[in-house]
Design a protein around this ligand. Structure first.
Ligand code: GLA
Length: 724
């Protein structure tokens, strides 16, 4: 089973068992109640409380002891991090499972608590002797104040079925409102808000992938909480298969946020001695969503595998040529790319056996001899020769019925026996839990990585797994499939050090902290319409820092919406991400090429800050105006974008207050127009600060600046530099 807890660094089991523990890091405190032998209860998760001594922790525990409620159990009912029905909890149980219909209501007793003295990490061991189950719960407060937790259940008896393992974190009464995200292909991460009323707000993903509609964060906060205001708590389930997240308030007033894997029937049947581990449930607290994001971004950036080299400017061929591959055209495109400053050339879908359209070829990861009579090496060499990295698209988990793989190995396809699985995008899914299917796939990818010196893989996954049976038995296979993908990604990284992998799934359908343990970039959305992207990137970045978000400059007319946008709007939108181009730039006019080159130069100048600094999203009162920026860690510089997504009923649009600056420092404020400045129509006056102005951070944040005139779907960048 995945994710078994590592114990090497933990103290001896015999160590004295703490009763009340306070974990503190990054401005957050978590007070864990381990008194008695029931599972840990979190008395406080939120703002740091300072260094409390034992007596103060006891007083806190006394002061917050719940009352016994009428017509309820004769003990106060307080949910643990894995709430048990046997202790009166009538909300979602932490562990659901059974042995042939019996042994369904566990009651664990804690046997050991281990605390690594060098870290803010707790390991709690528990056992239910009657049900012959063992349990480990790991709670860790990471250095940025991000909390994470996972559980692992071990079967010590006869065969036991785990139906769900759902760790949960309590949130206080102040969490009155829920913000989560809906979505679909080309429109991921659409925010939705509702009151946090009694009952369960359940978000389930049954796509066999994270999902285009996955709510990357489930946030509960004080009424009207915003990016910079209010108090809020968020959770994320770090898993790329079926999963669920809950926000639940019971009749006792308690409210919890939780999440875990959504297991299909019989996916986790444990024989004696076997264990099942939940994915990590991440919890981020903050005063405003920006603080929640900062804790997530800061931690992601601290991981050893986080990409640290400057994020290269990409040219991706998809919207430039689609399936029209030919060496001459693509070499010319690579030349045009090199001329404007592109650093990585990615050949998208269309290069492999029989792939002349989207109904054939998936599964046959060999270069198509008709389209590429000389193989791909001449293109890869040409790209490398121009000093660019070479990237290639794969969709390793998929098969077209019209492929050699499907014809030769029908038993490698995920299906219900004796039934044709539903086609989706003309494709079926390959069962990577089948050892031969796994071996053939990784060997073919690996061979191409070696031969072509591939620097980057765009790893796609374009259909839901709705009927994912393992043949011949027909047993459900999303859990195993997800683990197999993680294993293959890890193995490719091991075999090919330096290889980078992007997680794509019809755009942002596989963007989660599980896949990000093994990948280096997320394809944020198949929509590169800059207007749509303003929303998609704004909300995807609630979870992920900008350097992980693939953001491409498309052609003047969007292929997914038909909207036309200026280069400034397209490029100024893509700038706040891992920048790329997805547009046929081989025939650009000299003027357009110069403008594009200037935008790329700006990205290269600022990416050091954009990809390490703090993301700021301003709560601007006018919903037609979005304001966001990045402030350098030392707050010496910042780059902001003022974006009009629609017209406003009043004009001029008033002032905008900035955020995240050092109030004491003075900043020189300069508008920047890398493309050469906007063409202004006769009614567009220029603000008086246009020539540059010096203002303190305090003035910029509390008084603000006059917003320049912005037509709908237009943006203005503003650079702030500390004046010494
Ligand atoms: C998916 C991806 C796109 C592109 C196509 C190719 O939709 O999200 O970026 O790679 O597949 O088929």
């Amino acid at each position: 089973m995945s994710g078994l807890l590592e114990r090497s660094t933990l103290a001896d089991e015999a160590a004295v068992r703490p009763a009340l523990v306070q974990l503190r890091a990054g401005g957050v405190a978590v007070v864990v109640d381990l008194r008695g032998d029931t599972l840990p209860r979190i008395l406080h998760w939120g703002e740091d409380l300072g260094p409390l001594v034992i007596a103060e922790l006891s007083a806190l525990a006394d002061a917050t002891t719940e009352l016994i409620a009428g017509s309820n159990p004769d003990i106060p009912v307080v949910p643990s991090v894995l709430p048990e029905q046997a202790l009166g909890w009538t909300g979602t149980p932490g562990l659901s499972g059974h042995r042939d219909g019996a042994d369904f209501a566990p009651l664990f007793r804690v046997t050991a608590v281990e605390r690594d003295p060098a870290s803010t990490r707790l390991l709690v061991r528990a056992v239910d002797h009657a049900l012959e189950l063992g349990l480990e719960i790991e709670i860790q407060l990471l250095q940025t104040g991000l909390l994470r937790m996972r559980a692992s259940v071990r079967n010590n008896g006869a065969r036991y079925t785990v139906d769900a393992l759902t760790p949960q974190l309590p949130v206080p009464m102040q969490a009155e409102e829920i913000l989560d995200f809906a979505g679909r292909h080309t429109r991921e991460r659409s925010p939705q808000r509702r009151p946090f009323t009694m009952g369960t707000h359940l978000r389930e993903g049954r796509h066999g992938r994270t999902g285009l509609d996955a709510s990357l964060l489930l946030i509960a906060g004080s009424a009207g909480f915003g990016f910079r205001s209010g108090e809020a708590w968020a959770v994320h389930t770090a898993w790329s298969g079926n999963h669920r997240m809950i926000a639940e308030r019971t009749h006792l007033g308690s409210a919890v946020l939780g999440g875990g894997e959504l297991l299909l029937a019989g996916e986790t049947v444990l024989e004696r001695g076997e264990s099942y581990a939940s994915p990590w449930l991440y919890g981020s607290y903050g005063r405003g969503i920006d603080a929640i994001s900062a804790r997530l971004h800061g931690w992601l950036r601290s991981r050893p595998q986080h990409p640290r080299s400057p994020r290269p400017v990409v040219l991706n061929t998809w919207e430039a040529v689609y399936f029209d591959h030919d060496l001459h055209t693509l070499r010319a495109l690579a030349d045009a790319a090199a001329e404007v400053g592109v650093e990585r050339f990615v050949l998208d879908d269309g290069w492999f056996l029989g792939r002349h359209h989207d109904r054939a070829g998936l599964g046959d990861w060999l270069v198509d001899p008709v389209t590429w009579p000389g193989g791909l090496l001449p293109l890869a060499d040409h790209v490398h020769g121009r000093g660019l990295q070479f990237g290639l698209w794969f969709e390793p988990e998929m098969v077209n019925p019209d492929s050699n793989l499907a014809r030769e190995h029908p038993d490698w396809i995920l299906a219900t026996p004796a039934r044709q699985p539903l086609l989706s995008r003309g494709q079926l899914a390959l069962d990577l839990s089948h050892p031969d299917a796994y071996a053939q796939t990784i060997e073919r990818i690996s061979a191409l990585v070696e031969e072509l010196h591939i620097d980057f893989i765009k790893w796609d996954h374009n259909r839901d797994l709705v009927d994912p049976g393992h043949l011949p038995s027909g047993a459900a296979r999303v859990h195993e499939q997800t683990l197999a993908v993680y294993r293959m990604l890890a193995e490719l990284h091991e075999r090919h050090p330096g290889l980078e992998i992007e997680s794509c799934s019809s755009g942002g359908g596989r963007a989660d902290l599980g896949i990000l343990e093994h990948t280096d970039r997320i394809w944020t959305s198949d929509s590169i319409d800059a207007l749509e992207r303003q929303g998609i990137q704004r909300w995807t970045s609630a979870l992920l820092p900008l350097e992980l978000l693939g953001a491409h400059i498309g052609g003047p007319v969007s292929h997914t919406t038909g909207r036309a946008h200026s280069l400034a709007f397209r490029a100024g939108t893509a700038l706040f991400g891992s920048l790329g181009i997805e547009w046929d730039i081989s025939a650009l006019s000299g003027e357009d090429r110069d403008a594009l080159r200037n935008w790329i130069a700006l990205y290269k100048r600022e990416r050091g800050m954009l990809h390490t600094g703090e993301l700021v999203r301003v709560d601007h009162p006018d919903p037609a105006v979005l304001v966001h920026g990045v402030v350098a860690i030392d707050r010496s510089r910042a780059l902001f974008a003022f974006v009009a997504i629609a017209s406003t009923v009043w004009a001029p649009r008033g002032r905008v207050r900035l955020a995240g600056l050092d109030p004491e420092s003075s900043y020189r404020v300069t508008p920047i127009d890398p493309g050469g400045g906007r063409e202004r129509h006769w009614q567009a006056p220029v603000p008086s600060w246009w020539g540059g102005v010096e203002l303190s951070g305090a003035v910029l944040m509390t008084v603000g600046l006059t917003l320049p005139h912005l037509d709908p779907e237009e943006l203005q960048l503003v650079l702030l530099e500390q004046v010494t």
